[in-house]
Design a binder for this molecule. Structure first.
Ligand SMILES: [Zn+2]
Length: 107
């Protein structure tokens, strides 16, 4: 399986096993609800790009520095930045979790 060509959820960026939406690619009803509320979160993406220090950062640790952000929204934004925007890298090829390490993609 070529991991670069698989379908990913447009909200959480995880691999889709079953699409629950006709119009978009969404993996679950949870993602469908979040996607309706906030398709993308530019402020959060901006925050991440500005606040991730050099080298590898554990997502848990970055999350502990933000206030009032839903954990699922947070990790989904990171997923989209890794898989769609390619502005972040992950250390492991596994799906992103709170214990994954991320770094900024060098321009
Ligand atoms: Zn999803």
């Amino acid at each position: 399986m070529n991991l670069n060509n698989v379908s990913r959820c447009e909200y959480c960026a995880r691999i889709i096993y079953k699409n629950v939406s006709g119009t978009y690619k969404l993996c679950s009803l949870k993602c469908k609800n979040y996607f309706k509320k906030n398709k993308s979160n530019d402020e959060l993406e901006e925050f991440l790009l500005q606040n991730i220090s050099k080298g590898w950062n554990e997502i848990n640790v970055i999350f502990s520095t933000v206030n009032n952000i839903d954990k699922f929204e947070f990790i989904s934004a990171i997923g989209r930045m890794v898989h769609f925007d390619k502005t972040l890298n992950t250390k492991s090829k596994n799906e992103i979790s709170m214990r994954s390490f991320i770094s900024k993609v060098k321009k």
